[in-house]
Design a protein around this ligand. Structure first.
Ligand code: ZN
Ligand code: ZN
Length: 710
């Protein structure tokens, strides 16, 4: 009997699904996209309605051949690639290329469990042209920007740079923030704080802050002024004027979506966004649980919907009742507002079964997988629990012409915080913190223990962290669940941004590229424009906008900008970027230029003065000149004549390898020869740390065009 074939994108997912489907089904993995735009050219026929020129990705040819054979043997083909735009495109291309439209079905598997997989196979749908075209439009748009703007940067600044439709806007946010910080003028202000305690009974001291003085809101700018106020209030009687008690509720947080998972994993586990996504992918595709075999532990991790299936809500409510008791269980399930852009077929990120506790799966997970799973598990439980209840007390204290205030907060009922507390950015206040006050009554007199003025300065906004940037991008409507991780890793890989104390700081290169792009491509660099474009792409998916029309409209303006930039964009290759470093040969200022081997300092009087220096950035971003460094010894590469390690040297034609036994042994090698000959892949970019890498990541690919879109 002919079998049915299920096609997914990864071997791990194939293994997990295979387990549930039994022997009547073959499951094959496509290894991601098989068909895509070509690497080495634009691949879009702009004149002919932006017709894409798809090619089979070279390394994927064998997977396609394999699929073709499997398809011929099967009566039905189920395309079960991931349930989003990218997955739709993978499925669509396979169907087109293998011409199997008559026997192809699309299945959307949001969680890889027996129940969900069987249900999905029993209720297949057809491929969605709208969803495919939305992916295609996005792909082409990103390609046009990436492949047409980047070469201009190569000409004007240096080779290997990249611009990207969403990536460059994200970079701009970081650069703008940095300038805001640099331009920030801290303002001095003072607070007046009184330490007080009861005359009798509970003698715990507490601190109240002056809020009004002489019937005006406190606004003290100088030490002198602060002194005057302290003098005036020191001898006064301190009396409780007002006690106000209130109950404050804090509601449970919604279950995770992609952006909130990335933020919390960054705050609480210090995971970079990219790492979070790759671990989440593993948990979704299936982890081997000993005798049970592979099991998908969480629902699909690329989603912007907080919707939860009824079945999962039922399960978690029962778990809460049994584990924590009825007082933690709301009468009705908690519901959360779904954003209007959310794709509604999607669900929030949650465990596929709440009964699989983190402890029970811990033996089968790596430490990182365990941490992330636990985060998702706890967050989901807490999302269906009762609010936390705080007793909040506000007390006002009068002293002469001054009014002080202090607020106390006590947890009355922990609610969801019993299981999960939300992480916070460093600069945010802790909403869960308790602050105890002694029992106070109106009219009561208090003893003044101490009275002092405290100096403060207003603070600039903080640099973005990965998590606060994801939050900002989401709030501004830039990027989608599938793109945040790529955006963040690309701007760092391109050295537009570095991480300093976990915060994102633009490099000089990042700044100059941003400035050039803002000048040359104001729309592309505009947050609002980008957000609107994302919305239009969503509408292509809904079927209410035609993708060719959308691209035509975009390209009309964009092509003008391109032509203009070609001719009028400033060339930093010639001009360089000014610095305050003096040339040690002629005293003129040095400027930063970009050469084949990266940034360097060149005398601004070049060619009259040919002084040039290598440099690096010190911790605070200042330029530090690097004196000629010691040759790098590569212990991983041995001389094939005498066996001594080779050394990286620089010559007229760039870097090469020389034998460290020189002058006794005069053997020299080109990097290319070493790469071809042995198993060591030499990577010039890794600073000679001699890391071995897979063949595909050899240094020749570093500036290939493949990665310049994102
Ligand atoms: Zn000079
Ligand atoms: Zn040698």
């Amino acid at each position: 009997m002919p079998k049915s074939l299920v096609i997914v994108e990864s071997p791990a997912k194939a293994r997990t699904i295979k387990k549930y489907l039994g022997k009547d089904f073959d499951v094959e993995a496509s290894a991601g996209h098989l068909i895509d735009l070509p690497d080495n050219r634009l691949g879009v026929d702009i004149e002919k309605d932006f017709k894409p020129q798809y090619v089979v990705i070279k390394e994927k040819k064998k997977f396609l051949d394999q699929l073709e054979k499997a398809v011929r043997k099967s009566e039905k083909v189920y395309l079960a690639s991931d349930p989003d735009r990218e997955g739709e495109a993978i499925a669509w291309h396979i169907v087109e290329r293998l011409k199997i439209r008559d026997k192809a079905y699309r299945v959307l598997i949001h969680e890889i469990t027996e129940k969900a997989v069987l249900e999905a196979i029993r209720n297949p749908t057809t491929l969605s042209r709208d969803r495919f075209e939305a992916q295609q439009a996005r792909r082409i748009l990103d390609r046009l920007v990436g492949y047409q703007v980047s070469p201009i940067l190569w000409k004007k600044v240096k080779r290997g740079l990249s611009a990207g439709r969403v990536q460059s806007v994200a970079l701009r946010l970081i650069v703008d923030r940095e300038r805001e910080i640099e331009g920030f003028k801290p303002e001095e202000y003072w607070t007046i704080e009184a330490e007080l305690k009861k005359l009798l009974g509970d003698s715990t001291p507490f601190v109240a802050t002056l809020i009004r003085f002489k019937d005006k809101k406190v606004d003290i700018k100088s030490e002198e002024e602060a002194r005057g106020v302290v003098e005036a209030l020191r001898g006064e009687k301190y009396r409780v004027a007002l006690v106000e008690r209130k109950e404050r509720l804090r509601n449970a947080p919604p279950p995770f979506i992609t952006s909130t998972l990335q933020q919390e994993a960054s705050r609480k586990l210090r995971f970079p966004v990219k790492k979070t996504m790759s671990i989440a992918q593993k948990l979704y595709e299936g982890v081997d649980l000993g005798d049970e075999g592979p099991v998908g532990l969480i629902t699909y991790m690329r989603t912007d919907s907080v919707r939860v299936s009824e079945h999962a809500v039922g399960e978690v409510r029962e778990y809460i009742r049994n584990t924590y008791g009825l007082e933690f269980l709301p009468e009705q399930p908690n519901t959360f507002k779904v954003k209007k852009t959310a794709q509604d077929a999607h669900e929030a990120i949650r465990p596929t079964s709440i009964l699989r506790t983190p402890e029970s799966v811990k033996p089968f997970l790596t430490e990182d997988e365990y941490e992330l799973y636990r985060l998702i598990w706890q967050r989901f439980i807490s999302s269906q629990m009762n609010p936390a209840v705080y007793d909040q007390t506000t007390v006002e204290i009068e002293a002469g012409e001054g009014v002080f205030r202090v607020t106390g907060s006590l947890i009355k009922f922990p609610g969801f915080t019993l299981v999960y507390r939300e992480g916070k950015e460093e600069e945010e206040e802790d909403k869960d913190e308790e602050k105890r006050l002694p029992e106070l009554v109106e009219g009561e007199e208090l003893m003044l223990v101490g009275l002092e003025g405290k100096q403060h300065f207003t603070q600039p906004p903080p640099r973005y962290t990965e998590s606060s940037l994801v939050k900002e991008l989401e709030e501004k409507g830039v990027g989608r669940p599938s793109t945040y991780a790529t955006i963040l890793s690309t701007i760092q890989e391109r050295e537009y941004v570095i991480k300093e104390k976990n915060r994102l700081k633009p490099t000089i290169l990042g700044r100059v590229v941003t400035d050039l792009l803002v000048e040359g491509f104001p729309e592309i660099m505009d947050v609002q424009f980008t957000a609107e474009m994302e919305e239009k792409l969503d509408k292509v998916e809904e079927g209410s906008i035609n993708w060719v029309q959308l691209l035509k409209e975009f390209y009309k303006e964009f092509s003008k900008r391109l032509k203009n930039a070609e001719s009028s964009m400033r060339s930093l290759k010639r001009e360089g970027v000014p610095t305050d470093v003096r040339c040690d040969q002629c005293g003129a200022y040095m400027i930063i230029k970009w050469g084949r081997r990266g940034e360097f300092l060149s005398c601004s009087r070049y060619p009259d003065c040919k002084n040039a220096k290598q440099f690096e950035y010190s911790g605070n971003g200042e330029i530090r000149i690097k004196e000629r460094s010691e040759p790098q010894i590569r212990h991983d590469i041995r001389c094939d004549l005498c066996g001594e390690p080779m050394v990286v040297r620089s010559g007229k034609y760039g870097k090469f390898l020389g034998c460290s036994g020189y002058p006794a042994c005069k053997n020299v090698k080109r990097f290319q020869d070493v790469e071809k000959g042995g198993d060591s892949v030499v990577n010039l970019e890794d600073g000679g740390k001699g890391k071995k890498q897979g063949k595909r990541k050899s240094f020749k690919k570093v500036s290939s065009s493949k990665a310049i879109e994102a």
